[in-house]
Design a protein around this ligand. Structure first.
Ligand code: KIV
Length: 286
């Protein structure tokens, strides 16, 4: 199977072929996603909550994100691998942002980085793109700015706010972004943005008219405690895990596990010699 590239994603839009993206934070999950035929894998900073148990995405560090991105790289063959630049890694200066983005490429082998920013930060995204690193933009509900946005709330629900999102998306395209994630906004707004761009939009809580969709691994598979309204859960692995662990505990406590098929054989001859040695040793003990 040929590896998907950023140019390939843009071709998807031209061919009106929907893009599928899911988060993954380790090698086996990335491998499952890749084998299933997912187009793009996002090492999202949602890992702050899903993997590390922090309260906010802003808590995750650059080093933690790099560790997860390296693991996901080992499980990804065909899909485009994108990593989130965490809070703090894009705030200081253009030079520091480019240096941090380069670490994702050089140390983790990602194909693109995703940056949550718009407005005055668009120039900074341009600096990363100018350095040769493909960037996926992210507008709407940007969790790294949840405090400034008044919480985890949908965005673009007034005509003015919606127009601002259309303008932000256009500016990101002009800066050279390869695609834009549209999070938590009314469907007509995401649809207008999608129509106004030549690069693909990837929606999450933004309706069906985006060029693709992204969801969080733990939400899709039933591993999250709480899921947002826009999530479709496709499996309940959380319940399956608890069921399996209950069975394991019961088997260990009752002595049903391990049975002889789980242990290693010894020839009768070696066993007799071993038991004789044990016997002789205990006989010579004072
Ligand atoms: O961090 C993440 O998982 C994301 C997706 C929700 C798009 O940014």
């Amino acid at each position: 199977m040929t590896k998907l590239t950023v140019a390939g994603l843009i071709a998807f839009k031209q061919q009106r072929k929907k893009i599928t993206m899911i988060t993954a934070y380790d090698a086996p999950s990335a491998r499952f996603a890749d084998d299933a035929g997912i187009d793009a894998i996002l090492v999202g900073d949602s890992a702050a909550m899903t993997v590390f148990g922090y309260e906010e995405t802003t808590a995750i560090t650059l080093e933690e994100m790099l560790l997860l991105a390296r693991a996901a790289r080992r499980g990804t063959t065909r899909a485009l691998l994108v990593a989130d630049m965490p809070f703090g890694s894009v705030q200081v200066s253009d030079a520091a942002t480019v240096a941090n983005a380069l670490r994702f490429v050089n140390e983790a082998g990602v194909d693109a980085v995703k940056i949550e920013a718009a407005g005055t930060m668009t120039r900074r995204i341009g600096a990363v793109i100018d350095s040769g690193i493909p960037v996926v933009g992210h507008i709407g509900l940007t969790p790294q700015s949840a405090d400034r946005l008044g919480g985890y709330k949908p965005q673009g629900r007034t005509a003015e706010a919606a127009e601002q999102l259309v303008e932000d998306a256009g500016a990101l395209e002009r800066a050279g972004c390869a695609a834009i994630v549209l999070e938590a906004m009314p469907q007509p707004v995401a649809a207008a943005i999608t129509r106004s761009l030549t690069i693909p939009t990837i929606g999450i809580g933004a309706g069906v008219e985006c060029d693709g969709q992204v969801l969080v691994w733990h939400d899709v598979l039933g591993l999250s405690m709480k899921v947002p309204k826009f999530v479709q859960q496709y499996a309940d692995l959380g319940s399956e895990i608890v069921k399996a662990l209950h069975a394991y505990i019961a088997d260990v406590q009752s002595g049903r596990f391990p049975d002889p098929t789980h242990t290693y054989a010894m020839s009768d001859e070696e066993r007799t010699r071993f038991e004789k040695t044990r016997h002789n040793l205990s006989a010579t003990k004072p």
